[in-house]
Design a protein around this ligand. Structure first.
Ligand code: ZN
Length: 194
């Protein structure tokens, strides 16, 4: 399953908002990544202009019929942080830092029967054996239900679209030969950096 496009939530974990010097949002911060951003993995590489690509491990929801999530997985919202900081300073859109070729990596899709199954989910990213990011769905500022309602009321979300639901603290730059191990409940995903 290849999502049509990615609706992404910025700063949905207050600890991550704070680590980048951003305020904790009062309403969801939304940006888009193109459906074409997905790179298959498990070896990840980035375009020539990318110097500092950060990992942002997130729970990703795939919208099924009735716009209810049918599947979830772990994904990397890969972000060129230097370019993003420059764009933010200039008040310009983030696409070059967020929607470049290869800016998405995903694990295997897991079926959802009821969103409540994910309420207590914890997700973790290790790099070269060291825990870098650890998040709890219960710590999100905006719950999955609220995010979907917020998007539905404002954007043309459609079945086959996916949501990146926000990253916890601990983001940082990836370097060549890094080994990434992401886990959440029964799901384990491994990537390496070229
Ligand atoms: Zn993100």
């Amino acid at each position: 399953m290849k999502p049509h496009q990615y609706w992404c939530i910025g700063r949905n974990f207050s600890d991550h908002a704070v680590e980048l010097g951003n305020p904790i949002p009062e309403k969801p911060l939304i940006f888009l990544k193109s459906g074409g951003c997905l790179q298959p993995g498990p070896e990840l590489s980035f375009p020539f202009f990318c110097g500092e690509v950060h990992h942002e491990l997130e729970i990703v929801l795939l919208l099924g019929n009735n716009l209810y999530p049918s599947h979830w997985t772990l994904g990397l919202d890969l972000t060129e942080r230097k370019i993003q900081s420059e764009l933010k300073q200039m008040g310009q859109p983030w696409e070059l830092s967020k929607s470049f070729k290869g800016a998405v990596a995903l694990g295997a899709w897991q079926t959802i029967k009821n969103l409540d199954e994910l309420a207590d989910l914890e997700f973790t990213l290790k790099i070269n054996g060291v825990i870098k990011q650890q998040g709890f769905v219960s710590h999100m500022t905006f719950s999955f239900d609220r995010l979907i309602q917020y998007l539905y009321d404002r954007f043309p979300i459609a079945p086959g679209d996916a949501l990146f639901t926000g990253t916890p603290a601990g983001v940082g730059p990836l370097k060549s030969k890094d080994r990434l191990e992401a886990s959440a409940g029964p799901l384990q995903v491994q990537w390496t950096i070229k």
